[in-house]
Design a protein around this ligand. Structure first.
Ligand code: NAP
Length: 259
């Protein structure tokens, strides 16, 4: 299938590694030129080179903390009129909510709710004017099925999801869609870190903790970032102008509900 987005331009936030990188790579395979971002220059440049070499698209790199307004301004100055925006950043740490301070909550809300909203605010009107826009927020399965040790993530990402539920119904008539992708367990550096932290909190080895988590996934395995990237590219395609305000769970069947 031709996704119909060749020569479009995408900002893919937090994309030197993991799920963001996979989204960037899949969009590039569809001929989308990219602006990719991360805080660490060498991994970002390595990823950019990999994508350029394998797809031939233009890839601009912006080294910036996407959760800061100066970081976002740097990205938006390099690409003020993206056709596609993929919102992503690091997730908040796990823990017992009794130990989280107001600063912890403010950091989580800033990174996982306000940062995507600010980027949407800066780009959505241009998309509406040009009659094409695809915005995808990378959130978490915890939005649909809260994870007790990830209270900061459950709360902040649900706030973003609620905001998008309203806005996405206003933009769709202009062929601008806003959707969320909710990852379950995927093999990335963040996931490995979560397994280490979870094992420590439960007083078991990382191996035991990881295999227990995997045993609870009907697919019998964790997801590969590439599977996530492919879904993201499809949601950004020209064929999805009738889909907005949806939250796509990609979790190997882990969520047990009928809907
Ligand atoms: P990852 O493999 O560790 O990659 C994170 C990427 O984000 C890196 O490129 C990192 O580069 C960049 N990044 C992090 N904080 C940033 C910031 N403030 N500004 C700019 N770039 C930043 O992580 P991942 O697993 O793909 O996770 C992506 C998102 O999905 C996270 O919010 C995570 O919580 C969520 N998630 C992941 C899973 C999973 O199983 N993997 C499940 C549910 C939710 P630098 O460090 O160099 O900035």
């Amino acid at each position: 299938m031709d996704f119909g987005i060749k020569n479009k331009t995408a900002i893919v936030c937090a994309s030197s590694k993991g799920l963001g990188k996979a989204c960037a790579g899949s969009l590039a395979m569809e001929g989308v030129n990219l602006v990719i971002t991360a805080r660490t220059e060498d991994t970002l440049e390595k990823t950019a080179e990999e994508i350029r070499n394998s797809t031939g698209v233009k890839v601009k790199t912006i080294v910036a903390d996407i959760t800061s307004s100066s970081g976002r301004n740097k990205v938006l100055s390099a690409c003020p009129n993206p056709d596609i925006l993929i919102n992503n950043s690091g997730g908040p740490p796990p823990g017992d909510f009794r130990e989280f301070s107001i600063d912890d909550w403010n950091r989580a809300i800033n990174a996982n709710m306000l940062t995507p909203i600010e980027l949407i605010k800066a780009t959505v009107d241009g998309m509406i004017k040009r009659k094409f826009g695809r915005i995808v927020n990378i959130t978490s399965a915890s939005v649909k099925s809260p994870i007790d040790i990830l209270a900061l993530s459950n709360g902040a990402r649900s706030g973003l999801t609620g905001f998008v539920a309203g806005l996405s119904r206003k933009t769709i008539k202009h062929n601008v869609t806003i959707n969320g992708i909710l990852p379950g367990l995927f093999v990335t550096d963040t996931m490995r870190g979560r397994m280490r932290e979870g094992a420590k909190m439960e007083g078991v080895t990382e191996k035991v903790y990881t295999s227990d988590r995997i045993a609870s996934i009907p697919a019998g395995r964790a997801g590969q970032p590439d599977e996530f990237g492919k879904l993201c590219a499809y949601i950004c395609s020209s064929h999805t102008s009738f889909i907005s305000g949806q939250n796509f769970l990609i979790d190997g069947g882990a969520y047990p509900g009928t809907f």
